[in-house]
Design a protein around this ligand. Structure first.
Ligand code: CU
Length: 294
C-alpha cells in the first residue's frame, strides 16, 4: 500500500497519467490564480532596478554626489546578485569568496542590497513622513516617498533571499501581496502629500536674517552674520540626506529632511557662535561654520 501511494505521488513515475496530473497540479493551480507570479528574487531585482532609475534621475537633475555613491554600491550588489557565476561572475566570485569567507557571491549581493536598502529606507521613510507632516510640496514628497517605496520592497525581498534562499526562487502569494500593499500605501501617501502640498504651496516663511542651502554635504555659507536679539535662520536642504543646523551654545537644533525648507528663530546675544550639522560624520566632512551676532 505504501509503495502504491508513493508511486502516485512521484512525478517521475510512468504510471497512470491522470494520477500524475493530480499530484502535480496542486502547486501549479495556485500560481494560475495569481494575476502575476513573483518570487522574492523578482521583487529584489525589480526594487533594485527601480531604485537605480530614481538615483540616476537624481544624479542628472540635482547633481547629487550621494545618489551617485549609492548608485555605484547598488550596481555592485545587483551585479553580484544577478550574475551568479555567469559572465563577470567569476571575478566577482573570487573577490567575494576572498572577502566574505566563501559565502556565495549571490548572497553577498543580496546582503549588500539589503544593507543599502535599510540605509536608504531609514532616512527616506522618516524624511517622507516628516515632509508630509510639515506640508512640503512636490519633489519634497515624491522623491523621498518613491525612494522609500523601492527601499522597503528591496529590504524585505533581500532578507527573504538571504534567509530563505531556496524558497526565494518560487513565485508566491506573500510576495505579490506585499508588493501590492506597499505600492498602495505609497501611492496613498504620495497622493495625500501632493494634495496637501498644493494647498500649502502658498505658505510663506517669514523673512529670515540668514538663508542657508545645503548641497552635496556642505553649507552654502560658513560665515554667517546677524543682529543681536531674535535671529531667524532658514535652511533649504537640496540633499538626499537629513541635515541639521545646530548651535550647542544656544540649544538650537533644527533638523531638515531631504528636499525640505525649514526655519528656526532663537534669541542670541552678541558673540561668535559655531554651528554644525549634527548628523554623525557630517561635521567631519566640513559641515560647520560660525555665526557672528553684533
Ligand atoms: Cu548634514
Amino acid at each position: 500500500m505504501v509503495w502504491a501511494h508513493n508511486t502516485i505521488r512521484n512525478p517521475l513515475c510512468v504510471g497512470d497519467g491522470s494520477n500524475m496530473r493530480a499530484a502535480q497540479t496542486v502547486p501549479v493551480q495556485e500560481f494560475e490564480t495569481l494575476p502575476f507570479a513573483w518570487s522574492w528574487r523578482d521583487v529584489l531585482r525589480a526594487a533594485a532596478l527601480g531604485e537605480l532609475l530614481l538615483l540616476w534621475l537624481t544624479i542628472v537633475q540635482l547633481r547629487d554626489l550621494l545618489a551617485a555613491a549609492l548608485a555605484i554600491i547598488l550596481l555592485v550588489g545587483l551585479a553580484l546578485f544577478l550574475l551568479r557565476g555567469k559572465l563577470f561572475g567569476f571575478v566577482f566570485q573570487m573577490i567575494a569568496r576572498v572577502i566574505m569567507w566563501r559565502i556565495p557571491e549571490e548572497r553577498v549581493g543580496a546582503l549588500i542590497l539589503g544593507f543599502l536598502f535599510a540605509d536608504i529606507g531609514f532616512y527616506t521613510v522618516t524624511g517622507a513622513a516628516s515632509n508630509v507632516l510639515s506640508g512640503a510640496t512636490g519633489a519634497a514628497i515624491l522623491l523621498p516617498a518613491s525612494l522609500a517605496t523601492f527601499a522597503v520592497l528591496g529590504l524585505v525581498a533581500a532578507v527573504m533571499c538571504v534567509f530563505q534562499e531556496r524558497d526565494s526562487y518560487i513565485p508566491n502569494r506573500a510576495a505579490v501581496n506585499f508588493v501590492t500593499s506597499v505600492l498602495l500605501v505609497s501611492s496613498i501617501v504620495m497622493g495625500i502629500g501632493l494634495l496637501r502640498g498644493n494647498a500649502a504651496a502658498a505658505r510663506v516663511l517669514p523673512p529670515s536674517d540668514v538663508k542657508l542651502v545645503t548641497e552635496n554635504m556642505g553649507y552654502s555659507q560658513t560665515a554667517l552674520k546677524a543682529q543681536a536679539g531674535m535671529v531667524r535662520v532658514e535652511l533649504d536642504n537640496h540633499d538626499l540626506f537629513w541635515h541639521t543646523f545646530t548651535i550647542e551654545q544656544l540649544g538650537v537644533n533644527m533638523q531638515v529632511p531631504m528636499q525640505a525648507t525649514q526655519q528656526i528663530a532663537f534669541e542670541a546675544a552678541p558673540g561668535v557662535y559655531t554651528f554644525h550639522c549634527a548628523i554623525p560624520g557630517h561635521e567631519m566632512l566640513g559641515m560647520a561654520g560660525t555665526l557672528t551676532v553684533k
